[in-house]
Design a binder for this molecule. Structure first.
Ligand SMILES: *Cc1c(COP(=O)(O)O)cnc(C)c1O
Length: 354
């Protein structure tokens, strides 16, 4: 089996799989409540929040869509800079929710000044931001954008940190983020199928006033059940065992050390790229620390490179996403990777490049 260095899903450790194969427990009992409660301290620490975390049995899009349904009473402003952030605007349209967007070219970051100018037009009550746009390798200025949004009373901020959660500090409470969400198959290095998220008091107040929230993704149901360390419907218990394991790994390593390790791993890939003259797709100052996205140089057979890397060395990197497929390639350094395992990948890529 090949080892994944694509930006999600990523490699899952044997220990995580072992934790996931514990005997099943009922979800309306003390054992599950203890399991749920055990996930809270490290999730809160990673997010920088004192708010409870909810566990949604869905991929990230479930909670991304739910954020619109639970929180948008007037009009949403979607900040679009790549495949995932652009899609959030489409999803609002599909739901019949009034939406406007700020659209920048793929590879560029969202400017806080542009967000201010747009919000000054008025009529908005929600903003969606993808912190780390996984399709382009752009990491947006979360603090700068949050500061702008917070200066508009009544406008809530939803942040997707799917590929940044646990790789960099977030500061949910300090920044005034209203919903923070992360699918577990990216930076948390679990198999797909679970999303962790947290809501501010303001977000829950807004949700309470919203009709037609449905049931499965009703934030108020999540909040009520979380008070008893539980979930509204039967959760993916095996994934939560896996989550408990990975959070204990994170706690033992220490979050600061984990953040530093991601920086180091990422810098190794940047150094490798510089030696081969591969150019970054994202601008300096807005580059992700959990993955790297590079332009495919003219005349470079990207697809042959990726194929040989897999067949000769068993490592998989990604050949670009959406409309920049083929034009870019991406390498993940999220999760459990270490300088040693990144070096193995680099040696293999050098071997293929010859
Ligand atoms: C992967 C990804 C998603 C989509 O997650 P699904 O698991 O497919 O729902 C959303 N946002 C970002 C930033 C991602 O990287």
């Amino acid at each position: 089996m090949a080892k994944l260095f694509i930006p999600g899903p990523i490699d899952v450790s044997k220990e995580t799989f072992a934790a996931m194969s514990q005997p099943m427990i009922g979800h309306r009992g003390a054992e599950f409540e203890a399991l749920y409660a055990s996930t809270q301290p490290v999730l809160k620490q990673l997010a920088g929040t004192s708010r409870p975390f909810f566990l949604s049995t869905s991929s990230a899009w479930g909670v991304m869509e739910a954020s619109l349904r639970n929180l948008c009473a007037k009009k949403v402003l979607t900040l679009c800079c790549g495949a995932f952030s652009d899609k959030w605007f489409d999803v609002a349209n599909k739901m019949g929710i009034p939406a406007e967007k700020i659209q920048v070219e793929w590879g560029e970051a969202i400017s806080p000044a542009a967000v201010r100018a747009k919000l000054e037009e008025g009529g908005f009550d929600l903003v969606t931001l993808i912190h780390n746009e996984t399709s382009t390798g752009v990491m947006n200025d979360l603090a700068g954008i949050a500061k702008v949004v917070k200066s508009f009373p009544g406008v809530l901020l939803v942040v997707d940190s799917v590929s940044s959660f646990s790789a960099v500090p977030i500061g949910m409470d300090a920044l005034g983020i209203d919903v923070l969400l992360a699918g577990v198959q990216k930076a948390l290095a679990l198999p797909p199928g679970l999303t962790v998220f947290s809501c501010s008091e303001g977000a829950l107040e807004r949700a309470k006033s919203m009709p037609n929230r449905g049931y499965y993704f009703d934030f108020i149901e999540f909040a009520k059940n979380a008070e008893k360390n539980n979930t509204p419907s039967t959760p993916a218990i095996s994934l939560i065992f896996g989550l408990q394991h990975i959070l204990s790994v994170i706690e033992n390593e220490g979050v600061e050390k984990r953040f530093a390790r991601h920086k180091k791993n990422n810098a190794m890939i940047h150094d490798w790229a510089a030696r081969h003259d591969f150019k970054h797709f994202a601008p300096e100052g807005n580059r992700s620390v959990s993955l790297s996205c590079f332009h495919t140089p003219p005349g470079f057979d990207q697809s042959a490179f990726i194929k040989s890397l897999k067949s000769k060395h068993g490592f998989v990197i990604n050949g670009g996403y959406g409309k920049i497929k083929g034009l870019t390639f991406r390498i993940s350094n999220m999760g459990n990777e270490t300088p040693e395992t990144m070096q193995e990948l680099i040696d293999a890529m050098n071997d293929v490049l010859g």
